[in-house]
Design a protein around this ligand. Structure first.
Ligand SMILES: C[S@@+](CC[C@H](N)C(=O)[O-])C[C@H]1O[C@@H](n2cnc3c(N)ncnc32)[C@H](O)[C@@H]1O
Length: 348
């Protein structure tokens, strides 16, 4: 029985299909695994749990931080913490000479005045910590901020949605109003509830896969879960969804917010996966670069390019390819199910 992995509201997280991913890995002989688009970090955490040596990659620094934490934390480090006291200091202590970049630049955009002040405090005080502690609190506070956002995203300046004095029939109001520190503490407790995990030199990096040829090649498995373009041709742009969290890793980025947009993105990264043709070209380069590795790709049945186009391209690179539904391994039989999680497995 697998332990309970930490909850996350990260869009596209594979938390719900971790048992299926574990079953796939258990069928492979593999020691070295790369998680090429690590996102919430939850799949990297699963790989660590399964005893693999893991390299996680994501071009967003907040996601790199999460994967790095998940791949290296130990139970003893967590047990030694007084997380409640630390969070109280990080969020409430107003240091001398503190800047108020978030309060000034993001007034009325995502969070209330007092929450913005807490974020400003945090971004100063976090520099008192390094290594594991720094990484843990950036993770936990970032998760708290995600929970407090309508839709759990930073793609719209819609604080008013949270504050509107209307009777909300759905259960979000309480989550939105729960304090940052309280949400963060809960995240840390979830991590602490995991069993002791090994660490075989795991690591997380933050490199755009546009530079795929610079990646090491010795992986038995390349797991890839890139952003996808849905059936209505709308790409999932993670940089636009989560830009605000990058500021927790680099405070000065909040100054770089782009005022041409109401939601003031602080980073704006393009990705090959935002357009059909560049996605196919990227996949081809990945197939060629990791020529000795088995590729396990998470995808959706309504994705553009279509799963069949992806599979065909991988075959044209000389691979043997299977497409499964993530649940019951009946993808071919259930093509009428328009939006389901699938795996494309491509062997050299
Ligand atoms: C679908 S999510 C991964 C979800 C992850 N498997 C999970 O379970 O949470 C895709 C991730 O790819 C990252 N990404 C998108 N384009 C990228 C690129 N060109 N290079 C590196 N990372 C990229 C995004 O930041 C995002 O976190």
């Amino acid at each position: 029985m697998m332990p309970r992995f930490p909850a996350t509201r990260f869009q596209g997280s594979k938390r719900k299909i971790l048992p299926e991913i574990a079953a796939l890995l258990n069928n492979e002989r593999c020691d070295f695994v790369i998680d090429l688009y690590s996102g919430s970090g939850i799949v990297s955490l699963l790989f660590r749990y399964l005893g693999k040596t893991v390299l996680a990659n994501d071009y967003l620094k907040y996601n790199q931080n999460t994967a790095g934490l998940f791949l290296t934390f130990s139970k003893s480090e967590l047990a030694e913490l007084d997380a409640e006291a630390d969070l109280n200091f990080l969020l409430r202590h107003v240091p001398d000479g503190r800047k108020s970049i978030v309060s000034d630049e993001f007034a009325g955009v995502y969070f209330t005045e007092s929450e913005n002040a807490e974020i400003d405090n945090f971004c100063h005080n976090i520099n008192e910590y390094a290594g594991f502690k720094k990484s843990l609190y950036i993770y936990a506070v970032g998760q708290a901020l995600i929970k407090k956002r309508p839709y759990n995203l930073f793609h719209r300046a819609n604080l008013d949605m949270r504050l509107k004095d209307v009777k909300r029939s759905f259960g979000n109001a309480r989550t939105w109003e729960t304090a940052i520190g309280e949400h963060a503490l809960k995240c840390i407790k979830e991590l602490a509830a995991l069993p002791e995990l090994g660490d075989k030199g795991n690591k997380a990096i933050s490199v755009d896969t546009a530079n795929i040829e610079s990646f090491p090649q010795h992986y038995d498995i390349v797991y890839m879960d890139p952003p996808y373009i849905n059936g209505k041709l709308v790409p999932v742009n993670y940089s636009n969804f989560y830009h605000f969290l990058e500021g927790l890793c680099n405070y000065e980025l909040y100054l770089k917010n782009d005022k041409r947009y109401p939601h003031r993105p602080i980073v704006n990264f393009d990705s090959a996966w935002h357009k059909r043709d560049s996605a196919l070209a990227m996949l081809e380069r990945i197939c060629k670069h990791f020529s000795r590795s088995t590729i396990i790709m998470s995808y959706r049945s309504d994705g553009v390019p279509t799963p069949d186009e992806m599979a065909e391209l991988m075959r044209s690179c000389g691979r043997t390819v299977e497409v499964h539904s993530a649940g019951e391994y009946q993808y071919a039989l259930s093509k009428n199910n328009l939006n389901e999680e699938i795996f494309i497995i491509a062997r050299p």
